[in-house]
Design a protein. Structure first.
Lengths: 353, 379
């Protein structure tokens, strides 16, 4: 019985990896044959960013059962740490791929540190405290970055919390981070290939964590905290594990994001971005990793593909959200899906035998 | 369900029909534009798109550029760098040949990084950050942030408008803090002294009593306000309430203060501002533009609109000087326009005798106006 279950999980995971790889192959073929529009080409990396963000948030919301409303904050930390690193190291490491690899590590590590710092006090609490604290964290980190001014000249680094001019730099100095104007002139190291590799790494980490002994402990806390505690599961430890991994992955998404644009401002990572990630998770299915991937792809591409409708596009986007929600969660829709789609799948399963 | 699918396919089909254009390739000049039409900065983007549309309609009525009609395609970027790139790529798919935009600074930096790779000609009407036109392909209609700060400081110094100057600025806004930075640097060379520099942020822009009190305590006789008119109207109101009456000095963002709803314009009497555009100027071009804008959109245009209106005409002048034809691709046009932009001298509603250097910055004299009897008066 146990073996059959792992087998089934394994198969389902393989399908998830397969979807990503096939999508990558299709996009690459289209691109090399020149059939991909500029818009779609430009969308490839942002789609990867939001897929990673959605999967990482699903780990907290779906698997560990806590509500995080400040996931954009971790993305913000990852984006700024990695972009800052790349700005400093652009002369030291000239190879773009290698530099980006280290930048992603720095971004993920930075976000993980913040994840631990927030998780230690808050994950001991019950109820909705995590939601409140992460909400505050997302706003605070944005404002903290907005007051930092960091520059570098021949004498080394200069640092101020007032403005650019109190740094007192030599004429050869360059601004690395200038408060609300953020970081500009970031090298474009992100690519679709890098994005897909990061998605696969994210999926590998999250799916394996879910199926592991630790993952079952995390899920048991979600389902019944008292029962889990009674059999000796260290609740804070496992919650913290899920939360930190999720934060690190969001940091990775941030690194991918920041190296795709020439400019980075903290104001991008506001409450709306956190909620957007939550929308991906909820519409894709809470706890359903493959659903998060699909929802993130569809909902990122949709508003851009609807540009032809001009002023109506946001209206239609909203309607699609509602329709998707009904399709996924309404009892009647579930029944309908069971009756029609279920029949098709069962048939194909039979034929497969 | 069948009905629903039918409806859906009908909607898709009509969307495709709507998005295909009426002209064939190579028969028109395709000008794209990017700016925030929704979101927090929508007021600026809308002003630009409206004014640019007026200019394009005028040009088409008068026979086009070199006898060729112009197509104009505005795209929304929600004041977000990522969305701006998507808008830019959409315009590229549409066949854009020149870009008028983007409207706001940060998205413009991101778009410029793309445009410089594609060698796409970019003329921004209103993005004021220095990095917004970092490449050789980019030019600008308005002054850059530092230029405004420097010019303001010089003007105050040369005309001895004040001895003790206080500055209130928005530290979360690159525009405002950029101007303040240059103002402060130039102030060292001028005969006045900065006695107070107080910041506010986008999250706390309704109550200015602390900043005003500090300026008052420092006995400032002139207060420099490098930010937008909505906040400026609150500053003037709150200063009047506490009986603080220094000379007020604003920059181009102050333009529009007379049309703020519910604002007692008598409070703005005597405000001095550096602006490229005055809706009450009496020359024929301005009058024509203001009348058309009011007729179509029901409000007095501000400097954003004026910059965009001039921007379209600058494109026209540069395209004509380069003898451009609509069958050229964006790459060829960009090379031609880079050269012709440095040759033309442009007279518009935001200045006369404007020329451009290789760095893309406009060379024009700043216009200083004072508000008198509810209207601008040139100083």
């Amino acid at each position: 019985m146990q073996r059959m279950k792992t087998n089934k999980n394994f198969k389902s995971n393989l399908i998830t990896y397969g979807i990503v790889i096939v999508a990558f192959a299709i996009a690459q073929t289209l691109q090399s044959t020149g059939n991909l529009s500029s818009l779609m080409k430009g969308l490839l990396v942002p789609i990867c960013v939001y897929v990673i963000l959605a999967v990482s948030l699903n780990l907290v919301v779906g698997i560990s059962g806590e509500l995080s409303l400040g996931h954009a904050g971790f993305m913000c930390v990852g984006a700024f740490f990695s972009a800052f690193f790349s700005k400093c190291m652009v002369d030291v490491i000239p190879i773009s791929g290698l530099r980006f690899f280290f930048a992603v590590l720095v971004g993920a590590a930075g976000a993980a540190v913040f994840g631990v710092l927030i998780g230690i006090p808050v994950l001991r609490l019950r109820g909705d405290y995590l939601a409140i604290v992460t909400l505050a964290f997302g706003e605070i980190i944005k404002n903290v970055i907005n007051v930092f001014y960091i520059g570098r000249d021949s004498n080394g680094f200069h640092f101020s919390m007032k403005d650019q001019f109190s740094l007192g730099m030599e004429p050869d100095g360059v601004m690395l981070l200038s408060g609300p104007q953020g970081i500009t002139g970031i090298t474009r190291d992100s690519s679709f290939l890098a994005g897909v590799i990061l998605i696969l790494i994210t999926l590998f980490i999250v799916l394996n964590l879910i199926d592991s002994r630790d993952g079952r402990a995390i899920k048991s806390i979600r389902d019944n905290r008292i029962a889990a505690e009674s059999i000796g599961i260290n609740i804070t430890k496992y919650k913290l594990m899920a939360f930190t991994v999720s934060a690190a992955l969001a940091g990775m998404a941030g690194a991918l994001y920041s190296h795709n644009l020439a400019t980075l401002q903290a104001s991008k990572f506001n409450f709306n971005t956190s909620i957007l990630a939550l929308v991906f998770v909820v519409l894709g299915g809470i706890g359903n990793i493959r659903g998060s991937v699909i929802a993130a792809v569809v909902l990122t591409a949709l508003p851009e593909l609807l540009r032809g409708l001009a002023d109506y596009r946001m209206l239609i986007y909203a309607i699609v959200l509602i329709v998707m929600m009904l399709f996924n969660w309404a009892p009647k829709a579930l029944e309908w899906r069971e009756r029609y789609l279920g029949r098709i799948f069962r048939k194909s399963a039979k034929e497969g035998k | 369900m069948k009905k629903f699918i039918k409806l859906a396919s009908l909607a898709c089909a009509s969307a495709m029909v709507l998005s295909t254009t009426a002209f064939a390739e190579g028969e028109t000049f395709k000008i794209g534009s990017i700016g925030p039409v929704t979101g927090p900065a929508a007021a600026y983007g809308t002003a630009v798109m409206n004014a640019a549309q007026i200019a394009v309609d005028e040009i088409n009525e008068a026979g086009g550029i070199n006898g060729v009609q112009v197509e104009f395609n505005p795209q929304d970027d929600e004041h977000d760098a990522e969305k701006a790139i998507n808008a830019y790529n959409t315009l590229k798919d549409w066949g854009m040949q020149v870009l008028l935009g983007t409207v706001t600074s940060a998205p413009c930096i991101a778009v410029e990084a793309e445009a410089v790779n594609d060698n796409m000609f970019l003329l921004t009407p209103s993005a004021t950050a220095i990095e917004s036109i970092s490449g050789e392909n980019a030019f600008r209609v308005c002054f850059a942030d530092p230029t405004q700060g420097t010019e303001s400081a010089k003007y105050i110094g040369e005309h001895a408008l004040g001895e003790k100057v206080a500055v209130i600025y928005d530290s979360s806004d690159p525009y405002s803090s950029g101007i303040y930075g240059a103002f402060q640097a130039e102030a060292a060379n001028q005969p006045f002294e900065i006695v107070a520099a107080e910041a506010f942020t986008a999250d706390s822009k309704t109550d200015f009593s602390v900043q005003l009190q500090k300026a008052k305590d420092a006995e400032a006789d002139l207060v420099f306000l490098p930010f937008y008119y909505n906040e400026a109207s609150l500053v003037l109101k709150q200063a009047a309430d506490m009986g603080f009456t220094p000379t007020w000095f604003g920059v181009d963002g102050m333009d529009g203060i007379l049309s703020v709803e519910g604002f007692d314009t008598s409070l703005a009497e005597g405000v001095i501002l550096l602006t490229p555009f005055s809706a009450s100027a009496e020359d024929e071009k301005t009058q024509n533009f203001v009348a058309k804008y009011q007729e179509q959109f029901g409000e007095v245009p501000n400097q954003f609109g004026a910059d965009a209106y001039d921007g379209v005409y600058i494109l026209k002048a540069a395209l004509e000087a380069a003898n451009a034809t609509p069958d050229m691709d964006a790459n060829t046009l960009c090379d031609l326009l880079k050269a012709s932009m440095q040759e033309i001298t442009f007279d518009g509603i935001t200045g006369t005798g404007i020329t451009w250097g290789a760095d893309g910055e406009p060379i024009k004299a700043p216009i200083v106006v004072v508000i008198k009897d509810g209207a601008y008066e040139f100083m």
